[in-house]
Design a protein. Structure first.
Length: 170
């Protein structure tokens, strides 16, 4: 492994972590996507599903100067996570700690998207005609839906949207 290679976090399009990982592996870029396997119950079935521990993020190990454009050219990539315009390096020990914790204690990790669903919280709509738009949670309707206000359409538009179709804005 080269001295210039380091771990970086890449922000992905919503629900595109696995697709980006697959594409980057095809061009020999080392990736890490921490996932947990959980059982989800729908009205008609129970299914085992893999969920990213960090939704919309993928870790890549590369020489930033040499390989960053390969990552950014991919249709599922949004950008590298940056601070003051500089890509943030992720410490290799932190990656190893996440791997260890997921492999050794997966039952202790809880993916709690419910903290996202608070009145007044800004969110991004993941799919549908308003995909990519910013919205504000107005009301928690039930365990499946929230009511959001979309101020970017030149008037206040309030609509019901499924919780799985919104992402937290960081």
């Amino acid at each position: 492994m080269s001295d210039e290679q380091k771990w970086y976090a890449v922000y992905t399009k919503p629900r595109s972590e696995k697709k980006l990982q697959e594409n980057l592996r095809k061009i020999d870029i080392l990736t890490y996507l921490p996932v947990l396997v959980q059982k989800r119950k729908w009205s008609d079935r129970v299914k085992t599903v893999e969920f990213p521990v960090f939704p919309s993020y993928l870790f890549v190990y590369l020489d930033y100067e040499k390989d960053s454009l390969k990552v950014l050219k991919d249709t599922y990539s949004v950008n590298f996570v940056k601070t003051s315009g500089v890509p943030c390096e992720v410490d290799a020990d932190d990656i190893e700690m996440v791997k260890f914790f997921i492999e050794s204690y997966p039952e202790k990790i809880k993916l709690d998207r419910e903290r996202l669903f608070q009145k007044g919280k800004k969110v991004s709509i993941r799919s549908g005609p308003f995909a990519g738009k910013t919205a504000v949670i107005e009301k928690i309707k039930n365990s499946y839906y929230v009511i959001v206000n979309i101020p970017a359409v030149n008037s206040a538009l309030t609509m019901e949207i499924a919780k799985e179709n919104i992402d937290e804005i960081l």
